[in-house]
Write a protein of this length. Structure first.
Ligand SMILES: [Fe+2]
Length: 255
């Protein structure tokens, strides 16, 4: 008997962290900018992109109204220019107790729901891990949120003392490493930390964290190639396709 082994390869590529909504944070400046970002993402092979504007008190005062209005703008751009990329919206939430009320009332747009937990992309300050961060993360879990920590490889405290990440992993946090960190756009120290996190299986998703075309573009293909070369295609597919698809399934189903 001849056994035909079919290898089902997903052509879907997910980018769950990007700043492509015009004018509401430090990402796209206007509609033309958003169009360039969407077009480049699509050309690079991304089939599903989540706009994750900053919600950062005192800096970017976004809420579900500004974010969902921005999502409509993106959908309009996609339609007008006959792009095929799928878009949805969530946020990148700054770690700050000021957001507790909105988290409790369900007003923070999340990446989706998995096993009863709402997945929230959580941003630590770049300089350090603030006192009380662990308690805040525990509070999130107790209130039905599972954080995915945005780019831990770029946090200065973690770069100095990588073991500081462990309590968060033990609590059940997920991690998102930025594609540009792996390809060296943020320097060699960040790159080697990112690669060591990958080697230790401490990374769940890789995403672009795109802000603009020139310095922080929505490009995943280079990092995908590098991860495939260093760790194999199975791991690359898990990080760029399978896990991000699982996390955002309810988000794209709704859209
Ligand atoms: Fe970001």
């Amino acid at each position: 008997m001849i056994i035909i082994r079919m290898v089902i390869k997903s052509h879907k590529m997910f980018d769950i962290h990007s700043h492509i909504i015009p004018r509401i944070d430090d990402g796209a400046r206007d509609e033309a900018d958003a169009l360039s970002l969407l077009r480049l993402a699509q050309q690079d092979g991304t089939t599903h992109i989540v706009a994750t504007p900053h919600i950062h008190s005192g800096r970017f005062e976004n809420d579900q109204n500004t974010i969902f209005a921005g999502l409509s703008t993106l959908k309009k751009i996609i339609k007008e220019h006959s792009l095929t990329i799928n878009v949805a919206a969530s946020c990148e939430l700054r770690l700050d107790i000021v957001h507790m009320a909105k988290l409790m009332s369900g007003e923070i747009p999340t990446l989706g729901t998995v096993n009863g937990y709402k997945i929230v992309l959580l941003e630590f300050p770049h300089s350090h891990i603030p006192p009380g961060a662990e308690n805040f993360v525990k509070w999130l879990f107790n209130n039905g949120y599972k954080p995915i920590i945005a780019h831990p490889e770029r946090n200065r405290d973690l770069l100095k003392s990588p073991s500081l990440l462990n309590p968060y992993l033990r609590l059940g946090c997920l991690t998102q490493v930025t594609a540009g960190s792996i390809t060296g756009e943020f320097g060699n120290t960040v790159k080697s930390y990112a690669l060591s996190l990958l080697a230790q299986d401490k990374v769940d998703v890789i995403a672009s964290d795109a802000h603009n075309i020139s310095r922080r573009p929505p490009v995943l293909s280079k990092a995908y190639a590098l991860v495939t070369k260093e760790f194999g295609v199975e791991k690359a597919d898990t990080l760029f396709k399978i896990t991000p698809q699982k996390l955002t399934q309810t988000l794209f189903d709704e859209g």
